[in-house]
Design a protein around this ligand. Structure first.
Ligand code: ZN
Length: 489
């Protein structure tokens, strides 16, 4: 198949024809999660977006090496290299080893991704497993004169870099503007300029995640891991670098600066960024009380949710918007997605039962071309979905005997639906899973009613028996002010 895929490149700010460095092969790096909490709606968008990229490139016949990292060290609470390491903080609060926190939340993240039918990347490297590579990069940057040591920490010298290169090439920011906009923060006296960023941080005495280095016992700066791991697994220059728009600055901007100093070229040719998800027009945040985890969506347990939404509903909801457009969550929008998905999946059953006519009243070849055109135009999934709904209209019309399709066109339409709905959009029928969930929900309500009755009658033998049996099934029950809740651990 001829490749006519165009992608919007954040670096050039235009749609460019996608031409890989090595014919037939694609190297793609996407910034993965910092694993210190449950995956929430915000995590699902980059995961589904780059899953769509991965699936479509594979469909076009490319051999894709997809690297998505796990950040398990070095991501501090704020971008000015201040505050505690996010993983270390969680470990301190929960009295766990940092790597226990990492394991627990990585497992849960993978579980949520499996439910969303997000394919596993080819390599999923962790920052803590690549300390040597990162120390080597710090040394190279120091040797090249683009970093300086201060009190055992090493900072990237942005101003010096900007004299020969452009810091801001990706985000469009101008260093002089940054200079006038940054206020001096306390504790930043180690840096020559407030916009310099740490590539190595000396660990405070209480900091447990630390490694020896020529400068101090410490840990790498957050931006460095992606530069080190992408070069290790994809080479000094590779094809696609992706992530959420929130990572564009300073994370990706700094990655470009570090890699350019070490390898004398921009690390990736195409930079793809997905837009963010808002909730009823507001940014998501723990403090705003609208921070909904994926498990809460699947179980319908957050107060902002009118009901539970299945993983495929969430996936379809994300795909119904173009990845570069903002996407606003609301119960209405998700219920519309749920209805649309159900209509699309039902039509596949209808399609399998249609019988062929002697003529075709619709042009299926043209419909197929439109589907490819949409995907080739910077992965325009909403236009693709609109075309698939034109397919649904044709199917229903043939079913109502208002239109007809020949056997050749029927087969073509079946193939088209299979390819785009299952392989490329990555949707899957989930009626079994949904039905199963409803049965579990019903049974749990019954069991909890027995438990409530037993407790009301002070029948502790029965209530204990129910509690132990549920614990044996790894179901935890909590009594809260608003009633009884339960969770699968
Ligand atoms: Zn990254």
């Amino acid at each position: 198949m001829e490749n006519t895929l165009f992608l919007y490149n954040t670096l050039s700010r235009t749609k460019e024809k996608f031409v890989p460095i090595h014919e037939g092969h694609v190297g793609m790096y996407v910034c993965g999660p910092t694993v210190y909490g449950d995956a929430h709606l915000g995590h699902s968008r980059p995961a589904v977006t780059f899953d769509l990229v991965f699936r479509y490139l594979k469909h076009l016949g490319f051999k894709v090496r997809y690297v998505r990292n796990i950040t398990d060290v070095g991501h501090l609470e704020n971008d000015a290299d201040e505050g505690e390491d996010k993983i270390a903080k969680k470990a301190r609060l929960e009295e766990l080893e940092p790597m226990e926190v990492v394991q627990y939340f990585s497992d849960r993240y993978h579980n949520s991704m499996d439910k969303l039918n997000v394919l596993k990347p080819s390599i999923e490297p962790r920052a803590s497993g690549h300390i040597i590579e990162q120390i080597q990069m710090v040394q190279t940057i120091l040797d090249a004169g683009f970093a300086y040591e201060s009190n055992g920490s090493v900072y990237f010298d942005v101003e010096k870099y900007n004299k020969e290169n452009r810091y801001g090439i990706l985000s469009g920011r101008i260093l002089e503007d940054l200079l006038s906009n940054t206020r001096e923060l306390e504790g930043q006296d180690e840096k020559r300029n407030s916009f310099d960023f740490a590539i190595w941080k000396k660990a405070q005495p209480e900091h447990i995640m630390r490694w020896p280095s020529p400068w101090s016992d410490g840990f790498p700066g957050w931006h460095l891991e992606c530069s080190a791991m992408s070069a290790k697994y994809l080479g000094e220059q590779f094809d696609i670098h992706g992530g959420g728009m929130d990572l564009l600055f300073p994370h990706h901007e700094s990655e470009i600066a570090q890699s350019t100093v070490c390898h004398h070229q921009t690390p990736a040719r195409y930079w793809l960024h997905n837009n963010m998800i808002t909730i009823n027009g507001q940014k998501m945040g723990k403090s705003l009380g609208n921070f909904i985890t994926l498990d809460e969506f699947f179980a319908g347990t957050h107060k902002a949710l009118e009901k539970a939404y299945s993983p495929m509903t969430i996936r379809f909801f994300i795909l119904m918007a173009h990845y570069r457009s903002p996407l606003d969550f609301s119960n209405e929008a998700l219920q519309a997605a749920e209805k649309g998905l159900s209509r699309l999946l039902k039509s596949i059953v209808t399609l399998s039962k249609l019988s062929a006519g002697s003529t075709s009243t619709s042009n299926i070849t043209e419909l197929e071309e439109k589907c490819y055109e949409a995907m080739n135009d910077d992965l325009n999934s909403p236009i693709l979905i609109a075309n698939l709904f034109e397919g649904v209209r044709i199917i229903n019309s043939v079913n109502d005997q208002k239109e007809s399709l020949t056997q050749v066109d029927l087969d073509k339409l079946k193939n088209l639906f299979n390819t785009f709905i299952f392989d490329i959009l990555g949707l899957m029928p989930e009626s079994d899973q949904q039905a199963g969930n409803e049965v579990i929900e019903g049974l749990m309500n019954l069991v909890l009613e027995f438990r409530a009755n037993a407790r009301a009658n002070k029948d502790w033998t029965t209530s204990d028996k129910i509690r132990d049996a549920l614990a044996g099934l790894k179901i935890s029950v909590k009594d809260t002010k608003n009633g009884v809740t339960w969770n699968l651990d």
